[in-house]
Design a protein around this ligand. Structure first.
Ligand SMILES: *Cc1c(COP(=O)(O)O)cnc(C)c1O
Length: 434
């Protein structure tokens, strides 16, 4: 049995988490040296696989033609947003603020287009090569032809998801020819389920939380040897798919003449659910930029799973429900009570810290981003803005922020139906005025 009193005695900040009060948590192990089982070479391996598949994407998903089959999102300066945020702050945000607009990533309009799709591609490539139908030097456009669809139709892909992971995997896996089953938690937005069904995927709904939905999905998939389960709670391939973002961001920063060094630190704010997508990106950034990039995770006060796991060192051995936190949030992409098996472990020395925020702040920032920059994102995607003022205060104690760069990672949104967005917007607008 978990002794909550002892936990709070050992880690007083856990008390603050249980009280569901916003906090900033400094990771005491940040920047220590550590041995990880993956490194830069693995990121390049993932990047090379995305490159091999670029010709396939051009054919199968013509919306990727402008980027030559590469799935990437823009880095957008957001000065109006920064000005608006500063109007309310006693000490204004120092440095320059950017949005990494993964809400515009092709195919699923979310960060899951990186990791989720990557793992599907890796599985498809393995099957095709093994069947003797594909060699690595082929033009992968052939994968869009009927004989490959026939090959892939003998296999299934299954995944547990709060929404966007299922969406990105479902769309690509169905297109390749796999039979896809998506196990969805009660939090998943209705339009995500509808869209997946429209694409031909099987959607299994659970009137339960994410951790239980994923467990049920894993067990069901294990019964069929031809079904490949993509495991959001521990897949290293997913993690590596996300990490490729760092190589792309390096090029975008260079193009924008932004340096990353001791005098020009880079702070990156990433929303965390299981910790896989922000973990993969943070890992990639640390490999590419080293000590002067500082990743920070953002989590709702009502479901701070990665924060609780890392704070206590228990990682996936503890869930927010174990300590009586209710797990209720409007951030459907973050509604995950237990962190992944690898996120906390890999982030132990790579993550500067985490900060938690109230849903109301997130909704207000959604409205602010739309009003100032006309950018539409889903609620989870504005988490970085919700923690920004608190982080600024904390970071200023330790870093020179004068010439700093701040990137808020906007993790999803392009596919949100207009009606849903209007609802989010009017809710956010009423909160913003307060
Ligand atoms: C999945 C998701 C996240 C968090 O990713 P994890 O890998 O679960 O930590 C953040 N924002 C959005 C929009 C997402 O869909």
């Amino acid at each position: 049995m978990l002794d909550i009193n002892k936990l709070v005695t050992d880690f007083p900040e856990v008390g603050q988490l249980i009280a569901e009060k916003p906090l900033f948590w400094h990771n005491p192990n940040y920047q220590e040296s550590a041995e990880l089982p993956i490194d830069l070479a693995d990121i390049f391996d993932a990047e090379a696989r995305f490159q091999r598949f670029a010709k396939y994407f051009e054919v199968a998903f013509p919306e990727t033609l402008p980027t030559k089959g590469i799935l990437e999102s823009p880095l957008i300066p957001i000065p109006e947003m920064q000005t608006s945020i500063n109007e309310k702050l006693s000490s204004p945000l120092a440095g320059k603020l950017f949005l990494k607009a993964d809400n515009l990533l092709p195919i699923s309009g979310s960060i899951k287009s990186r990791g989720g799709i990557y793992e599907v591609l890796k599985f498809a490539e393995k099957i095709a090569v093994k069947a003797g139908m594909l060699v690595y030097e082929d033009n992968y456009a052939i994968l869009a032809s009927p004989e490959f669809k026939k090959l892939f139709s003998k296999y299934g892909i299954a995944v547990g998801s709060t929404g966007n992971l299922g969406l990105s995997i479902g769309i690509v896996a169905q297109k390749l020819g796999f039979q896809t089953t998506v196990h969805m938690s009660a939090d998943a937005a209705q339009w995500k389920k509808d869209l997946l069904r429209e694409k031909g995927a099987i959607v299994v709904e659970y009137n339960d939380n994410f951790s239980n939905a994923i467990t049920a999905g894993r067990e069901q998939a294990a019964k069929d040897p031809n079904v490949y389960f993509i495991d959001d709670e521990g897949s290293v391939d997913l993690f590596l798919g996300y990490s490729v973002a760092a190589l792309r961001l390096q090029a975008q920063l260079k193009a924008a003449s932004i340096q990353v060094n001791e005098d020009h630190p880079l702070f990156v704010y990433l929303p965390a659910g299981v910790g896989g997508s922000p973990g993969g990106v943070a890992f990639g950034l640390k490999q590419v930029f080293g000590e002067h990039v500082h990743p920070i995770f953002a989590e709702p006060t009502h479901i701070p799973s990665v924060t609780l796991g890392m704070m206590t060192g228990m990682n996936n051995q503890i869930s927010v429900y174990d300590v009586g936190i209710d797990g209720i949030t409007k951030a459907d992409g973050l509604a995950v009570g237990r962190p992944s098996r690898i996120a906390g472990k890999f982030m132990r020395t790579l993550l500067l810290g985490t900060a938690t925020f109230q849903d109301d702040r997130m909704m207000a920032e959604l409205a602010r981003l739309y009003e100032t920059e006309k950018i539409k994102v889903e609620p989870s995607a504005t988490s970085g803005f919700a923690i920004l003022p608190r982080c600024q205060t904390e970071l200023a104690k330790q870093y020179s922020l004068t010439d700093s760069t701040h990137i808020v990672w906007a993790t999803g949104g392009a596919m949100v139906p207009a009606d849903d967005f209007s609802r989010y917007l009017s809710e956010g607008q009423s909160l913003l005025e307060k």
